[in-house]
Design a binder for this molecule. Structure first.
Ligand SMILES: NC(=O)c1ccc[n+]([C@@H]2O[C@H](COP(=O)([O-])OP(=O)(O)OC[C@H]3O[C@@H](n4cnc5c(N)ncnc54)[C@H](OP(=O)(O)O)[C@@H]3O)[C@@H](O)[C@H]2O)c1
Length: 340
């Protein structure tokens, strides 16, 4: 009996050791930050299309790619807007602003025509599917339009752009880069529509990577955490506007006070994010220009990266249970059905 017990203990300790070693390996691989020294591909003579360059990550990326000698095609929703004008002023003569609403077949076709006419000598090297929108709402306050709009831009916009430009990137044996988010795998209150769009985007990118491997095209997924203060993605909402739009039945479930709490919580969380874009832009540059781009770039603080590396590996009961520990979740439960 004593021998059985000690053999069992040895197996248990060994199994635990192997599990921890594996998890640490996974975590360290996912947390590896790209370094600029890895960047070796020459920009000269190579075209890169970036969508969503009016502001945020796309805007900064377009300028940095231009500074590295790439011929940048900067897709802007508003080609006469401030962001597009800044690109035209600050960029070199290689940087070309295109009108590109990724939800429009016509815009994508026209953008492709312009890119083909102006292809640099080494063709279209990369497409960075960056354009995106974000919003938050509980599922019961949402309607189907909320989901459709999110998916039209974040998912179908990227798919439409990819299908149009993939033949050019295939010829160049280049790169397809997809701007996802931690919300592709981290599920929490209020982010349903955004998560659907980003999880769908990753499914698309993962399948594309498998198909494109035989053509020499590399596919990368970028997963930023909270950079809400560094870009224009967060649109401030008024809690009473959201509440006024609820029907009487919904108002009985979600009180105005709860709506205010949810709004304040959202503002606090986004207010705690990174204030500048360099971590994300460096990862995008790495995905475009390194000879060894990563499959995934998880971009968050070191502590958050550790948490997010483990999170997808947790059993659902454990990952759901983490939310039960959050004070916000507990307060919400007390406030539902107009309870205070
Ligand atoms: N910031 C974060 O914390 C964060 C975290 C994870 C992932 N992301 C992702 O990063 C990407 C870039 O966002 P960002 O944070 O840089 O925010 P941003 O400053 O709002 O940039 C998004 C860009 O996409 C453009 N856009 C919106 N709808 C479009 C459409 N239909 N066609 C083409 N362009 C469109 C926006 O144009 P307008 O400015 O004219 O609306 C804007 O230029 C998004 O895919 C977002 O989901 C951001």
């Amino acid at each position: 009996m004593a021998t059985d017990a000690s053999a069992g203990q040895i197996v248990a300790v060994f199994t635990a050791f192997v599990c921890v070693a594996l998890l640490l390996l996974v975590a360290s691989r996912r947390r590896r930050r790209p370094s600029r020294e890895d960047d070796e591909e020459e920009g000269a003579g190579r075209g890169v299309l970036v969508t969503g360059c009016d502001s945020g990550f796309g805007h900064h990326l377009a300028l940095q790619l231009d500074a590295r000698g790439f011929a940048v095609f900067a897709g802007c929703l508003f080609p006469e807007g401030r962001g597009a004008l800044t690109l035209a002023q600050e960029g070199s003569c290689r940087l070309r602003v295109l009108k590109l609403d990724v939800t429009s077949d016509k815009d994508v076709e026209e953008a492709k025509r312009v890119v083909q006419i102006n292809l640099p000598e080494n063709g279209l090297w990369a497409v960075v599917n960056n354009a995106g929108i974000s919003d938050w709402a509980e599922t019961e306050w949402s309607n189907i339009n909320h989901y459709t709009k999110m998916v039209e831009v974040n998912l179908f916009g990227a798919i439409r752009t990819t299908i149009a430009f993939l033949p050019l990137v295939r010829v160049a044996k280049g790169r397809m880069v997809f701007m996802s988010s931690i919300f592709a795998f981290f599920h929490c209150l209020n982010m349903g529509a955004y998560s659907v769009s980003k999880r769908g985007l990753e499914a698309f990118a993962d399948c594309l990577r498998v198909e494109m491997a035989s053509f020499g095209v590399k596919v990368s997924i970028v997963q930023p955490g909270n950079f809400g203060r560094a870009t224009n993605i967060v649109k401030t909402k008024k809690s009473w506007n959201t509440w006024d739009n609820l029907n009487p039945e919904q108002k009985l479930v979600f009180s105005r006070e709860y709506m205010e709490l949810a709004n304040a919580y959202f503002n606090t969380v986004t207010g705690a994010g990174f204030t500048e874009v360099s971590m994300v832009v460096d990862a995008l540059l790495h995905a475009v220009s390194s000879p060894r781009p990563q499959y995934r770039y998880l971009l968050a603080s070191r502590l958050d990266s550790l948490f997010f590396s483990w999170y997808p590996l947790l059993p659902t009961a454990v990952s759901d249970g983490i939310f039960a520990l959050s004070p916000m979740y507990a307060r919400r439960r007390k406030m539902l059905y107009s309870k205070q």
